[in-house]
Structures are given as structure tokens and as C-alpha cells.
Write a protein that binds this ligand. Sequence first.
Ligand code: DX5
Ligand code: ZN
Length: 224
Amino acid sequence: MAIKIAPSILSARFDRLGEQVQEAVGAGADMLHIDIMDGHFVPNLTMGPAIVSAIRPLTKIPFDAHLMVTHPQDFVKPFADAGVDDLTVHVESDHEMKKTLRAIRDAGVRPGVVLNPATPLERAIPYLGEVDLLLVMTVHPGFAGQAFRADVVPKIQAAREHIDRERLSVELQVDGGIKLETAPVVARAGADILVSGSGIFPDHVAANLKKLREVAERAARDRP
Ligand code: DX5
Ligand code: ZN
């Protein structure tokens, strides 16, 4: 199965965000990863629905919004209305996960569940029958450009095995520190979607994306 690449616009140059989105789309990005932070769940503030609406007309590729907020249920409708295709929510946020996932699905958006590096896979298992995505973080969320945490690799492998064993239709996404050196590691561990911010933006977007895809697909062919 082909690996999908999801450039994270958190590392794009915001003074020319539209151009950067178009560069990523022109380079064959499979989806655009949009990091939403509320300054509370994580110590950083990023983008709201207005930014998503502004870039929505530029492309038809899926918008994959990663909600790093304390109260994700409050933001389902605003981001659905802004035109996102996926909404992934953390098990560590303060909400009733099943209710939030149902609200996302009812809004016509693909729901996903996210795990911080320190959170065990078991915390996601009860929801995997109801989601389209499982996002495993390989950095502590909050900022782009952090170092990949290799200690999370066994969790990625365990998630892959669980999804296959239970025949779940869940895409396994990995986010944080994905670059040329680490993409093969997560591809071999079983990731379907690689999120990359500083590995793709802001310069040489097309070349970075192409190289990342090449090394990931080569490694995926060696999967056990
Ligand atoms: C981190 C975000 C990531 C981040 C990835 O909190 O969820 O999506 O933008 O950036 P890199 O690839 O630079 O780690
Ligand atoms: Zn993210």
C-alpha cells in the first residue's frame, strides 16, 4: 500500500501561506495537516477556522486538522464549517471521547484519535471501531522542529499489528520529527500516513516531499 504524505503547514511561511499550500499540493501532497493549538492544552497558539476557510478554496486535497485543544467538542462545528475533512482529537483532552467522535462523524468529517508519546496504545483501543484515523505522536505536541522520539516506535508497531489483526479500517498516522532519517523507521513500523512540518517547509518543498516519499516507500516494501 502506498504511503501518504501530509505536510504540516505549521512550518510554512505564514507571510505567504497560500503559495506554500500550492507548492505542497503541486508537489503531490496527499493531504494537508493543520495543527490547531489553543495555548492551554499545549503552550502555543496557532490557527483557527478563519485560516482554514482562507486556504480551503486553493485545493481539493483533504484537510487533516489535528486538534491540540483542551475542549475539542467546542471546535467540531467551526472547523467542519471551515471545510476540514479529518478532525483528530487527543485522548488526553478534557472531553467525552465517544461524544466528540460522534459529533465529528455527524458533521460529515472523518474522526481520529491521537495519543501523546507517553500515552499507551490501550487508551485508544476502545475507540478504534469508530474512527478512520489513529495518530501516534512521536514528539510531545506544541511545536514543530522537535526531535523524533524513537521510544515510540514499538507503539507504532503494536498499533499496526492491532489494526491488521482486528481488520479495522483505520489509517495509522505518525506525527513529529519525521525527516529523511526517521521516515524509513516509521514506514517500516507500519505507518500509513507520515506528517512532516520542518522536513518539508518552508524551502525546497517539492524536492523535500519527493525525497521523503521515496525513502518511506522503499522502507515500507521491507515491512516484516
Ligand atoms: C506538533 C505538531 C506537528 C508538527 C510537526 O505539535 O502536531 O504536526 O507540526 O512538525 P515537525 O515535522 O517539524 O516535527
Ligand atoms: Zn500535528
